[in-house]
Design a protein around this ligand. Structure first.
Ligand code: PEP
Ligand code: MG
Length: 916
């Protein structure tokens, strides 16, 4: 262990690479993202203060027994000597002291979740030396009091309030509003007061031994890996617990040495919109935490050009150099010390979904990355976020007219959120989780300890802080709509209320946030669907995704099987849904549930008459009345999807679903009898008797689907006539309808053999009547019963296509009721880890998926060109889409709103499994 290398110097990145098998991801794992990138920047020739990194391996060894591993501290001390040599300063030296920061840095950035201590190396002696050296007593005491404050809270565990209270009291006594108004003598006095806080709280003095300071700070950073907020954050982001954090010991550079000094943070592109423009803020004569904390008003980065032009130009050059090097938008921290620029950090910047998509598309257009990389970089969740509901302008202007506009702040993370206000993270989480409320968390500012509340909330509002504050960064990452710095809002934590312009909002009241514009409204605003049409870059990205899927040879399969990727179709019952689906990029309709049309107000009475009729003639008469409605529905669908396949499923549910409930009828009949009402009683009794006669103990396994078609063929005969009359009409008008008739719930090939020829005869008859010679159409079936999957070879003799109805197939394979399982046991199953995922949301590849595989393989053995799709809810789920890609599906079909997500998921699968 003693000869293991625990420490890497700023110029040892090549060694770290060699040690990690020349794998940069592993170097990041060893040195942490911050350490690895600092060393990488040093290698690129970017000015970085000399530093060394103690590895994550050391952190893990330390975590095991709370002791530094053997040899680690000696190596750290040796590295410190090298840093001393590089800076010409000496740690603890009275005349020329080296000051360092001790910074956390894990493989994946966890902004603000772990600890950092600045200005280590200051004590009563070195402070004197620093004053002689800089001639700036004010600066030195400011640095010293900050060290005691940070060391006290981070390392010694004293509450921040203990220092803040003293500071606020002190400022008041000096008549100072902000810290910068405090003079050198004041800060010297404050330093002494802070030392008293340490003594009072801990019973010992702030350590004057600088090596002791460094050692304790290193331990504190290691320990912060297992702090509550770090653990919460890891849970939320799926970062493994065993990675550990590295510790970076970095030479301090000072942005608070006068007006030729400053410090700032910036993104190389706009993290909210993705615009190609350096976006950031800085403060002259300040230290890093002043910018992030939002205590002083920061300046926009552009203005640095006129204040410190040379440093600004160098900074801009470095930004573009870093983007080119990392091929991604960077989030950087810098400090200018007496005109000299130092880069303190670079990492891939967190950003909104909107920004991610724009940056990916722009970078591909700029040639920085390939189109495939752009596609891979954007997650399906990000696309989903962009298509989340918004408030439309009309809703907002009406709300304004009604006097419901409340406040505005910085639009930190886009999206609309409506919820009840809670003022702390624990309550917000409890109300959301236990009481199932929609929650808006409101805080003066959020700290990393508030993350669990932010994650549980629909939206976050703060009265302080800026666009790079923790609230903003974290909200953007998780896609939580967020407004920060709404300074007009005064939060009273004691009364648990907030007030703006004399309007008080109490805990539990409803508000609405527009994270895209930064507006806060009182009460609940109505949400509307987002429009894809206006999202230029997303459209481009999805077109690229379609190109990937359209490439022949992207899948390798036997003859007849698809060799391009998946197409995305949509489940749509009405022409307006079909239009939306097409606008969202669907290339067909994979499921039209015709029975939904039966429920419309004008039609339901006719449907009921048809069901209740005792004679075939009576049924036919009612069906003839329904036919024109259905024909018109189908014409609309074919027109909306002109040129694309439209799969229309024949009636599926049990008929009792169209009738009033048995319990309700019984109650009505009894009431009428008791009250002695006779008018209409006979009809009600007859209806009740019919409903009772149709009662089934297990209707989902009863008279429905193909079984109903066989028992009562008139209904599906009418439907097929309506489909083909509509198709013929549309074709005669010059359109290209492509109807595909889908028969649900087949379990035995003989069922199909019985019904399908009857229906095909009707097709021929209609086409003859209409004088249409050729029309592209197919007959196929749903595979949603295990027996159908297992006998797919036979079924494919009759069916020209299969569509997996994975809602029913999951229900029947697991034997879980799709209507009740979640409510009764399934949620518990998932919480207890009995099932990894809800199988009604994400396809169970091992069980249901195995049946699907058998069905595709056996089906295509019989009919190699068999068209295969999926139309259960899984058709819009990225993992299930990937499975369908591997299975050899031709398409997936999902809700129109999920189509964009499915297009991206299909391309992700195609790229992931493309033949090399
Ligand atoms: C299915 O079972 O997956 C399906 C799409 O049909 P429904 O949900 O209408 O039963
Ligand atoms: Mg079904």
């Amino acid at each position: 262990m003693a000869d293991k290398k625990w420490v890497f110097l700023f110029d040892e990145v090549d060694q770290a690479e060699a040690y990690m098998g020349n794998n940069w991801e592993n170097v990041r794992g060893l040195l942490g993202g911050k350490g690895a990138n600092l060393a990488d920047m040093a290698r690129l020739g970017v000015p970085v203060p000399p530093f060394f990194t103690i590895t994550t391996e050391a952190c893990n060894a330390y975590s095991a027994d709370k002791h530094f591993p053997e040899g680690m501290w000696d190596q750290a001390m040796a590295a410190l000597k090298k840093v001393e040599a590089a800076t010409g300063k000496k740690f603890g030296d009275v005349n020329n002291p080296l000051l360092v920061s001790c910074r956390s840095g894990a493989k994946f950035s966890m902004p603000g979740m772990m600890d950092t201590v600045l200005n280590i190396g200051l004590n009563d002696q070195t402070a004197g030396g620093m004053i002689k050296l800089t001639g700036n007593e004010r600066f030195v005491y400011d640095a010293y009091r900050r060290l005691i404050q940070m060391f006290g809270s981070v390392v010694l565990g004293i509450t921040e309030e203990a220092f803040e209270d003293v500071l606020n009291e002190f400022k008041k006594s000096k008549g100072a509003k902000v810290d910068t108004e405090l003079k050198a003598d004041d800060l010297k006095e404050l330093t002494e007061k802070f030392k008293v806080v340490v003594r009072r709280e801990k019973g010992f003095d702030f350590p004057q031994d600088v090596f002791e300071q460094l050692r304790l700070a290193t331990e504190a950073v290691f320990n912060s890996w297992n702090g509550k907020r770090a653990i919460d954050y890891r849970r939320a982001t799926n970062i493994p617990d065993d990675l550990g954090t590295a510790v970076n010991i970095v030479t301090m550079v000072f942005g608070n040495m006068g007006n030729d000094s400053g410090t700032g943070v910036a993104f190389t592109r706009d993290p909210q919109t993705g615009e190609r423009k350096v976006f950031g803020e800085y403060l002259l004569n300040a230290q890093g935490e002043d910018v992030v904390a939002g205590i002083r008003n920061t300046e926009e980065i552009d203005t640095l050009g006129s204040v410190l032009p040379e440093a600004y130009k160098q900074f801009m050059d470095i930004c573009s150099k870093l983007e080119k090097h990392y091929h991604d938008m960077q989030d950087v921290e810098f400090t200018i010390e007496r005109g000299k620029l130092w880069m303190l950090q670079t990492r891939n910047g967190k950003r909104t979904a909107l920004s991610q998509i724009k940056i990916a598309v722009d970078m591909a257009n700029e040639g920085l990355i390939t189109k495939d990389e752009a596609i891979s970089r954007v997650t399906t969740d990000q696309v989903d976020t962009l298509l989340h509901p918004q408030f439309d302008t009309k809703t907002k202007s009406t709300a304004k007219k009604e006097g419901r506009f409340y406040a505005s702040g910085v639009n930190a993370s886009p999206g609309a959120a409506v919820g009840q206000v809670y003022f702390d993270a624990d309550t917000a989480q409890r109300m959301a989780k236990e009481h199932k409320q929609d929650v808006i968390m409101v805080r003066p500012f959020t700290k990393p300890d508030d993350v669990h509340g932010m994650l549980a909330a629909k939206g976050v509002l703060t009265s302080e802080g800026g666009a790079t504050s923790h609230a903003a960064v974290v909200a953007r990452q998780f896609g939580v709509p967020c407004i920060v710095g709404a300074s007009i809002v005064h939060i009273d934590m004691d009364k648990r209320q907030m007030e703006a312009n004399d309007v008080v909002v109490k805990e539990g009241d409803w508000i609405s946030l527009d994270g895209g514009t930064g507006e806060v409204y009182l009460g609940k605003l109505a949400l509307t669907a987002a429009s894809l049409e206006e999202q230029k870059e997303l459209i481009t990205l999805l077109n690229w995704a379609d190109e990937v899927c359209a490439k022949p040879g992207i899948r390798k399969f036997p003859e007849g099987w698809p060799t391009r990727g998946l197409q995305v179709w949509a489940n749509a019952d009405y022409p307006k849904d079909a239009q939306r689906a097409r606008a969202y990029g669907a290339m067909g309709i994979g499921l039209c549930r015709t029975e939904h049309m039966f429920f419309e107000q004008t039609r339901l009475p006719i449907v009921q008459r048809m069901i209740l009729s005792d004679t075939t003639e009576g049924r036919t008469e009612a069906l003839n009345e329904l036919l024109p409605y259905q024909r018109a529905d189908f014409e609309g669908l074919f027109e909306a999807m002109d040129g694309y396949p439209v799969i229309i499923r024949l009636i599926d549910p049990p008929l009792h679903e169209f009738l009033p409930s048995e319990e309700g009828l019984l109650e009505e009949v009894i009431t009428m009898r008791v009250k002695g009402e006779t008018e209409g009683l006979a009809a009600k009794e007859k209806l009740l008797a019919s409903v009772q006669s149709m009662h089934e103990s297990n209707p989902m396994m009863g008279l429905r689907g193909i079984r109903l078609s066989i028992v009562m063929p008139e209904i599906v005969e009418m439907q097929v006539r309506a489909i083909f009359e509509a198709a013929a009409n549309v074709q005669l008008k010059g359109g290209t309808p492509k109807p595909e008739v889908m028969i649900p719930l087949t379990g035995h090939v003989n069922e199909l053999k019985w019904i399908q020829p009857r229906l095909e005869r009707i097709v021929k008859q209609v086409l003859e009547e209409k004088g249409v010679a050729t029309l592209h159409y197919k007959f196929g079936t749903m595979i949603e019963i295990p027996r159908a999957a297992l006998t797919a070879g036979e079924i494919a003799e009759v069916a020209e296509f299969f569509s997996f109805g994975t809602n029913d197939l999951t229900q029947m394979t697991f034997g879980y009721s799709r209507d009740d399982a979640e409510r009764t046991f399934l949620v518990q199953y998932i919480e207890k880890g009995i099932l990894p995922k809800n199988p009604f949301q994400e396809l169970d590849r091992d069980g249901v998926g195995r049946l699907m595989k058998i069905a595709v393989e056996d089906g295509r053995k019989t009919r190699p060109t068999l068209e295969v799709g999926i139309c259960g809810e899984h058709g819009g789920d990225p993992s299930s889409i990937e499975f369908c890609h591997l299975l050899g599906n031709n398409y997936v079909s999902c809700s129109p709103f999920r189509v964009p997500v499915a297009r991206l998921a299909a391309a992700h699968a195609a790229l992931k499994y493309a033949p090399k």
